[in-house]
Design a protein around this ligand. Structure first.
Ligand SMILES: CC(C)(COP(=O)(O)OP(=O)(O)OC[C@H]1O[C@@H](n2cnc3c(N)ncnc32)[C@H](O)[C@@H]1O)[C@@H](O)C(=O)NCCC(=O)NCCS
Ligand SMILES: Nc1ncnc2c1ncn2[C@@H]1O[C@H](COP(=O)(O)OP(=O)(O)OP(=O)(O)O)[C@@H](O)[C@H]1O
Length: 211
């Protein structure tokens, strides 16, 4: 779905975070050991995935290392998009509900959903992993039926890609009528004016004292 790439910039942060040399990379190496790394220094996602989706304690440790960093990076990336003049950004956050804190800051929540057996078979096909492993990964997240209840929009993706694309287009056309970004821009402007005024006031006071 190349035509939607502009709005889907945000699925990248987690991959960026675990790049060799990053703070999260060092923490993962310290906590999980060198056996979770490939020869080229990258995180072995298959091995780490196997480990964390079969051991809840380990998954919590990984979440502790990554989640706050992912959220900080997403806030930063979103602000950058706002400054570049974009009306909205769509953040790809599979664990939005599970990690909790970010939910209240979302203007709208879109859940892409499909029937459970389709979800399982697509995951098995994509990952090449066994049914058991895929079930464990799915079970480590909230059920789609629960997520759907908390969504402003549900995109039903059990059918063809074309049908999904049509729904995405409909959601985008509704989002384009949303004016919430002006509120955010207004708050940012006030913040900048406040900072500049404070700096000028401090400089003025200093010059009076020195004079
Ligand atoms: C566990 C890792 C190594 C697995 O890598 P892999 O390439 O196999 O999967 P990928 O990153 O593409 O994620 C695929 C899906 O797995 C599920 N998933 C990933 N991490 C988690 C997690 N910590 N808890 C529950 N489900 C998860 C999500 O549905 C996600 O969309 C990787 O996902 C990772 O580093 N996760 C920690 C960061 C994180 O929590 N990411 C989730 C996005 S906020
Ligand atoms: N409508 C569709 N028809 C056929 N295959 C699809 C459809 N939608 C998704 N898929 C396939 O299902 C797999 C999972 O899709 P995708 O990676 O987009 O989902 P996701 O929710 O982002 O997954 P995850 O959160 O696990 O990364 C991919 O292999 C993708 O090609």
């Amino acid at each position: 779905m190349k035509e939607f790439q502009l709005w889907m910039l945000m699925s990248l942060p987690e991959k960026v975070l675990v790049e060799p040399g990053r703070a999260a990379w060092h923490d993962i190496r310290r906590v999980f050991g060198p056996s979770m790394f490939l020869e080229n220094g990258e995180v072995d996602r298959v091995a780490l995935g196997r480990l964390v989706f079969s051991d809840e304690q380990k998954r919590r440790q990984l979440n502790k290392i990554t989640h706050n960093r992912i959220q900080r990076l997403m806030i930063w990336e979103t602000l950058k998009l706002l400054c570049q003049g974009h009306q909205f950004a769509i953040l790809d956050m599979p664990l939005l509900f599970e990690s909790g804190a970010a939910v209240d800051y979302m203007e709208k929540i879109i859940v892409v959903s499909c029937e459970e057996d389709i979800q399982l078979s697509r995951l098995m096909e994509r990952s090449g992993q066994s049914e058991d492993e895929c079930r464990r990964r799915i079970d480590s997240q909230l059920a789609l039926s629960t997520k759907r209840q908390h969504a402003h929009f549900v995109i039903e993706n059990s059918g063809s890609r074309l049908e999904t694309a049509q729904q995405v287009r409909r959601v985008l056309s509704v989002l384009r009528t949303n004016r919430a970004h002006w509120r955010l821009r207004g708050s940012l402007l006030l913040l900048v004016i406040g900072c500049v005024s404070l700096t000028l006031w401090v400089m003025w006071q200093r010059s009076l004292n020195h004079g």
